[in-house]
Design a protein around this ligand. Structure first.
Ligand SMILES: Cc1cc2nc3c(=O)[nH]c(=O)nc-3n(C[C@H](O)[C@H](O)[C@H](O)COP(=O)(O)OP(=O)(O)OC[C@H]3O[C@@H](n4cnc5c(N)ncnc54)[C@H](O)[C@@H]3O)c2cc1C
Length: 188
């Protein structure tokens, strides 16, 4: 019989970026006991990912944030072609896709990443989910019952499952021996 090591939460999500927050929303709406931990003291204030793809908009609708994301953004502006300091013409950045049953969106929607993350965070809190800020995961150990996560500061967390949503240079993947990020530059 296994030793009852106890758990603080069922799922520990490491990283409150777009992926961690979206997963947190999904777990919270399903009633899963989850905790999202974020090393920074606040949500990412910048905007790398600002072009939300049609498929992501469908996922946002499903998570209950589609209306808020639509209200926070707009369609991409046309690009401008220049030559020798002269404006030649405007050019759309892509050809809109056909709307089909099950594919309601034709083109990406432009929203700053910090705003998308604020919307996901608000939805997470609305559903009773939590983000613990200022908690940097520094190590994780697995056993037959779950995982024990160690932090730079504060108590360890015991969970049945841990999810690496901590970006391209993931500490979770590195310390748990998982695959590194194939598409990322640097040491990820
Ligand atoms: C220049 C640029 C432009 C881009 N443009 C687009 C775009 O137009 N559209 C699009 O969809 N995507 C775009 N992307 C990609 C997009 O930004 C990423 O795919 C997205 O941010 C990934 O989200 P994530 O939640 O997986 O990781 P991240 O956004 O990296 O979030 C990871 C989180 O984990 C936290 N964290 C890291 N380590 C730890 C730790 N040890 N303990 C606790 N927390 C930790 C970090 O602080 C961070 O908050 C762009 C990226 C770049 C660089």
């Amino acid at each position: 019989m296994g030793v009852d090591v106890g758990v603080d939460v069922d799922v520990l999500v490491v990283g409150a970026g777009a992926a961690g927050l979206a997963l947190g929303v999904d777990l919270a709406r399903r009633g899963v006991r989850a905790l999202v931990v974020e090393r920074d003291g606040r949500l990412f204030p910048g905007s790398r990912g600002k072009g939300i793809q049609p498929r992501t908009m469908e996922v946002f609708d499903d998570l209950g944030v589609g209306d808020a994301v639509r209200a926070a953004g707009g369609p991409y502006p046309a690009g401008m072609i220049w030559r020798d300091g002269e404006r030649l013409r405007e050019q759309a950045m892509w050809d809109p896709a056909e709307v089909e049953e099950g594919s309601p969106y034709r083109e990406p929607w432009m929203v700053p990443q910090w705003r998308t993350q604020e919307i996901l965070f608000a939805r997470l809190e609305e559903l009773g989910g939590r983000v613990a800020f200022g908690r940097e995961l520094v190590g994780i150990a697995q056993d037959g019952e779950g995982v024990t996560a160690e932090f730079a500061d504060g108590e360890p967390v015991r969970a049945r499952y841990a999810v690496a949503a901590d970006g391209g240079r993931s500490t979770v993947r590195r310390t748990a021996g998982g695959p590194r990020c194939g598409g990322c530059s640097g040491s990820g």
